[in-house]
Design a protein around this ligand. Sequence first.
Ligand code: ATP
Ligand code: MG
Length: 414
Amino acid sequence: MDQLQPVRGTHDILPDQARQHRHILETARELAERYGYAEMATPIFEFTEVFKRTLGDTSDIVTKEMYTFSDRSGDEITLRPEGTAGIARALISGGLGQSLPLKVFYSGPMFRHERPQKGRLRQFHQIGVELLGAAAPLADVEVVALAADILDALGLRARTVLEINTLGDVESRAAYRAVLVDYLTAHRDRLSEDSLNRLDRNPLRILDSKDEGDKRVVAEAPVFSDYLTEDARGFFDQVKSGLDDLSIAFEINPRLVRGLDYYCHTAFEFITHDLGAQGTVLAGGRYDGLIETMGGQSTPGVGWAAGIERLSMLLGDETPAPRPVVVIPIGAEAQAAAFKLTQRLRHAGITADIGFSGNLSRRMKRANRDGASHAVILGTDELARNAASLRDMESGDQEEVALDALVERLLAGR
Ligand code: ATP
Ligand code: MG
């Protein structure tokens, strides 16, 4: 029955994967806190207008990817496709603007109606940070440094490359846009249909096209760096030297763009070659015009977001479950004592479990399957002596241990 399948592009997050996600989330959350980023959450749906205004009418997300519906009161609602818009809305509507600079960390599900493929889902999950109210290039360096530290802590830094670019300021962009449009118009017969559509509305995005024909045209296009104002060049230089000072290696990718007008100065991505076409694991940049576009007070901002599923795919199976101690009663009389003992182990901080049924051999099999480090076997004879048999599941060695000594013994063995 189709109705009982998950919706295309959505996934159940099964226990092994959930553990991996939690590991990524907790690693990021802890480092973000160390950098002074406070966690906050916004609703997973907003008025559609919030995203239209922040992402712009010409972005892929707004034109093709949003989950939008009218709710029962007739309000136009959209499931959030990304996190920045909600934070920006909260800054304006919630008076957070009083306490700038504001440093926030967030995480949660995002929704985009994309063509599902490996690393591209319709419900996926992001972690992200925003630094609002800081105009200095060092703010850009800080958010990149935090991203680098998170990837490092996850053991993924060596498998990614940091690419950066500058989108300059409004003046640089206007100058470049004009020559780019001239150049692309002269070669319009070689452009893909998508790019032709973007030519008027969002020409910078053509630089980012994945179409082979477009790529050939773009390869000979004028380069942005020739049109940077002195200020914009100075800003970029400070970001680069800030990264150098922290020994954060980067490559300059002049084709790295964000197509929207309020994006400016730094754009960056951490890319991997290990995930095929979906190689961007973390992406961000500066968006000084955003809050004003939404109707708030002019507030500079810089931030990034990373896809948890892509990070998780890179990690593979590297977050093993804790190995439990399994308590196995023999016979009905030992059941209650075994349950009490299990609780005692748990309260002592030991991951412990007890099957609810089955004979010794079935329970042993299950303990093996669950990756148990030890089995504590509780028979009536042992119970009478206030003891249990402790079996090391790795070596198979078994010995009798007094119940009172068990916790200490298990903790020492870790
Ligand atoms: P892409 O070029 O892959 O479409 P994007 O530019 O749309 O990415 P952003 O909006 O910058 O991506 O989102 C930041 C990160 O979120 C991406 O680098 C990626 O890790 C993750 N991400 C984005 N879209 C998806 C998706 N549909 N499924 C899974 N992860 C995603
Ligand atoms: Mg996308």
